[in-house]
Design a protein around this ligand. Structure first.
Ligand SMILES: [Zn+2]
Ligand SMILES: [Zn+2]
Length: 193
């Protein structure tokens, strides 16, 4: 099966083990290749001092500007706390059917909630939210199936309740979108390696 390319871009001082882990598990969940690409993203430009958080849409815009491969998706991964104006916080943001997504691991760590560190749970949550944001870039909207990784999560309890897999309907949409992206990669001669 043809595979599409996902570029993982670290933003700020994010734990690189998270990116290495995602590069390993995303190709097991989806027909994709992953590559970690270092690209300077200006965090300060997205900082909102009143909220002491970073505007995820501003980070997305920088990722889009830096991205010149139409046959790949880009997922920025950061440890800073993200927001969009209508929400207190977001775990991530993505362009629906677009190129870029951003994921914050800030609230995926048990220590954020005053609990002891749980590395396995943390990485599990990172995988779910990475798949969720990438799912949006492949055109998926929120899913009403509680177990589906595309179910909307506005709290960490909801992240833990859903699985790390797409339901059958979402899975079909994402597979089709990836097949189209992979064939675009071939015809444009920019086949991921
Ligand atoms: Zn979502
Ligand atoms: Zn679904």
């Amino acid at each position: 099966m043809s595979r599409a390319l996902i570029e993982l871009v670290p933003i700020g001082d994010v734990d690189m083990e998270v990116l290495d882990f995602l590069a390993l598990v995303l190709p097991e969940a989806l027909p994709v290749f992953c590559r970690i690409r270092n690209h300077p993203v200006e965090l300060e430009a997205a900082y909102q001092p009143l909220r002491q958080q970073y505007h995820s849409t501003a980070l997305l815009a920088q990722l889009v500007r830096s991205h010149h491969n139409p046959a790949a998706k880009v997922l920025g991964v950061t440890d800073v706390d993200l927001f969009i104006p209508i929400f207190t916080f977001v775990f991530g943001e993505a362009q629906l059917g677009g190129t870029a997504a951003v994921l914050s691991v800030h609230r995926l760590d048990q220590r954020f909630y005053g609990l002891p560190e749980d590395r396995r749970l943390f990485l599990e949550r990172c995988e779910k939210e990475a798949l969720h944001e990438l799912g949006h870039t492949f055109g998926l909207v929120h899913c009403s199936e509680f177990e589906c990784v595309m179910h909307f999560s506005n709290s960490i309890e909801h992240v833990d309740l859903k699985s790390n897999a797409f339901c059958a309907a979402c899975g079909r949409i994402v597979q089709d979108a990836i097949a189209r992206l992979a064939s675009a990669a071939k015809t444009s001669g920019r086949r991921p390696t």
